[in-house]
Design a protein around this ligand. Sequence first.
Ligand code: PSU
Ligand code: MN
Length: 301
Amino acid sequence: MFSLKKSAELIAAQEAGKPVVALESTIITHGMPYPQNLETARMVEDDIRAAGAVPATMAVIDGQLHAGLEAEELEALARAKDVAKLSRADLAACMAQGGTGATTVAATMIAARLAGISVFATGGIGGVHRGAEDSFDISADLAELAQTAVTVVAAGAKAILDIPKTLEVLETNGVPVIAYGQAAFPAFWSRDSGLTAPLSMNSAAEIAASHKMRALLGLPGGQLVGNPVPEVEEIPKSEITPIIGKALTEAQEQGISGKAVTPFLLQRIFELTEGRSLVTNIALVRNNARLAAEIARHLAA
Ligand code: PSU
Ligand code: MN
């Protein structure tokens, strides 16, 4: 048997039947630079508490799967260098070898299910990369959404991906993609990807009801909620598009592939926007945390 170490806060919350929201840790180790990663991780946890739910950040530490990190564990992870990036394929091997790693959306969904948590807030999901017809680079996040019953709140998919193909793969796999409060599927730094989401809902209550209905129907898999970044923090498409193009060209020139692609692109876009992409990233994660907490409250009710 493996051991799942729950934080004291998570144990207390679940005993009391309180709403809980899962959080990933790859965004901390591979998505943002130190110290903004630590500050953001703490703020996001506090946003969830302020919204009446309890946060549980997932990670593997010395071979042990953690659901909810104590303050010093969160800080150590945020400061650590060369932490492994764990997706579905890597989780068991890391635990078996006693390693330490941060969970992607896919691995966080697995951890959330094991911990009995139904809602998860992140920034953006992985998806079908541009040029996937040659590289076959499709994030395991999409297959996870098809098989693990967790509702994931994200700000859509980044325009570093091929968003139309990402939506097609989700549709093929029967994953409900729900835009929150608008018709358009959001594109992370921008509110509108130019594509209409297959579904649109205007309240956390509806999203929770839909999650529950899927369980009643016995459908495996989760839901993807696309929550647009608040208007004041958005980077308009016209501004971010050329920057994404430049980062993608550099990745190709430097032969970046596999797990390294997403972290490389995020870091280059951070540099090319002189940090503005990070400000937007922080704002949208916090916005997603608040919506996820509201959904969790409806699920707990
Ligand atoms: N999108 C972000 N920030 C991130 C990631 C995605 O805005 O940090 C991370 C997430 O953990 C996601 C992972 O699950 O990248 C996807 O990586 P890949 O494309 O290698 O599956
Ligand atoms: Mn990939």
